[in-house]
Design a protein around this ligand. Structure first.
Ligand code: SAM
Length: 422
């Protein structure tokens, strides 16, 4: 994963109002990230903080309109009331971990409870699903096929969603049985009233983390890898053999410590709405908007996170009679920001929604070819009219590629468009 390493350089553009007097209060806190997320803004929080200081006023909520993996809640949840929104439900679950205290879940040994379920459920599966440490490519692929065949099995217990749909894809059958069992434990603790919703969301966040770090994929769920060579097989097999409860428990312990030491109750709100609906419900606020800037839909890359959160046995997309390789939910969201013919209208709706709610806006901009910055500035100036100041700032920073590309580091430019009510 790429990380920010050195000092940002701020470039001021166009006239801008003075900053609030005390910029120190906007210093982002350190927080643990839980999943690898495309377009995460965790690395540029100091830049966002500096711009936030120019528009934020005491008492107004800070709205993270496209929250994703919730860098804003992680970094600023101690400073201000946050309203965290994203169309994907998993985002509100992650935000809860940064914004709501999980007071009760620490009393339970989730792994031990899940282990009781796993031992029963594994016994109901065929006994040839294990991945041996050493085998030939052909034997390995036969094991993969037997894992995937669980799709056609009838299950006589409730929590089998991942075992049926995802065995032999991003996870092995055994990993899926653990994922289902942990979800079952969380469901039953919530249903019996032994834990609260914030505890439940905390547990689900740790489960999403365990899913990410045991998956044989590259950090998202658009496509899983096939073993085509011995080298590919041995890399996939490494992940097949990682123990879900170990990763889950490690994150659970460190994240719970962080949550109980850092989470401040500021009446934060968690929502999972389309951004237009969310904007229509807002009091005057400061809105941070970080919409998608590419034609790829987040719902395709992170559908498995949505499914562990909804746990609704969704219909899976088929082409003809064949299930699609990515095993996507048929109801996955198509964002107007990712559709060339709709992107302009999507920004106009964003600007007018912010204006109608009497809010100020910080909009992250990435130059990926969907829309260029001049066009976006022109749209913003027209939509906000003369009752707002509109300007933009840039920051350049060094982006490490962790040696996976030929250049070990690259200069990356981050931009923010700011619209402040006069
Ligand atoms: C660039 S990512 C946000 C990343 C986030 N700032 C972070 O640091 O993790 C864009 C997000 O917009 C969300 N999104 C796409 N269309 C949306 C819509 N119509 N309403 C609300 N959220 C939407 C996606 O689910 C995705 O999480």
């Amino acid at each position: 994963m790429s990380v920010l390493v050195d000092n940002p350089v701020f470039q001021k553009c166009e006239a801008e109002p003075p900053a609030n007097t005390d910029t120190l209060i906007y210093t982002p806190r350190q927080y643990p990230q839980v999943v690898k997320y495309m377009g995460s803004k965790a690395a540029i929080l100091p830049f966002i903080a500096a711009e936030l200081a120019k528009v934020h006023a005491e008492g107004r909520p800070f709205v993270d309109l496209f929250a994703g993996a919730c860098a804003i809640s992680g970094g600023f949840g101690h400073i201000s009331k946050i309203i965290s929104n994203d169309i994907q439900e998993y985002s509100a679950v992650i935000a809860s971990t940064y914004l709501k205290r999980a007071e009760k879940i620490g009393k339970f040994d989730i792994v031990a409870l899940a282990n009781n379920i796993v031992s029963v459920n594994v016994a109901a599966l065929p006994d040839d699903l294990d991945y041996p440490a050493e085998c030939t490519l052909s034997e390995f692929n036969k094991t993969e096929k037997r894992n995937r065949a669980l799709l056609d099995k009838d299950f006589n217990y409730t929590h089998h969603l991942f075992t049926r749909v995802y065995s032999g894809t991003w996870w092995s059958a055994l990993q899926c049985v653990w994922i289902d069992a942990i979800r079952e434990v969380l469901d039953s603790l919530l249903a019996s009233g032994e834990i609260e919703k914030s505890d439940f969301d905390f547990g689900l966040t740790c489960l999403m983390h365990a899913m990410a770090y045991t998956s044989q994929g590259t950090g998202h769920y658009a496509q899983y890898r096939d073993a085509k060579t011995d080298l590919g097989m041995s890399d996939i097999n490494k992940y097949r053999r990682v123990f879900v409860p170990t990763i889950f428990k490690k994150k659970f312990d460190t994240l719970l410590k962080w949550n109980l030491q850092n989470v401040v109750d500021r009446d934060h709100q968690l929502v999972a709405m389309d951004y237009r609906e969310c904007l229509a419900s807002l009091p005057p606020s400061v809105v941070y908007a970080d919409p998608p800037y590419a034609f790829v839909h987040y719902s395709r890359f992170y559908h498995a996170m949505e499914t562990i959160v909804k746990y609704d046995y969704p219909k899976i997309q088929h082409i003809g009679s064949k299930i699609v390789k990515g095993r996507y939910r048929v109801d996955r969201h198509q964002s107007p920001f990712c559709i060339k013919t709709q992107v302009k209208g999507a920004f106009v709706d964003l600007f007018s929604g912010v204006k109608d709610s009497g809010s100020d806006l910080l909009l992250s901009y990435s130059n990926t070819g969907m829309i260029d910055i001049d066009e976006l500035m022109a749209l913003a100036s027209t939509a906000f009219g003369n009752t707002y100041d509109v300007w933009f700032d840039h920051m350049t920073h060094t982006h490490m590629t962790m040696g996976r590309r030929e250049d070990r580091s690259r200069q990356v430019r981050e931009s923010l468009i700011i619209a402040k009510k006069k």
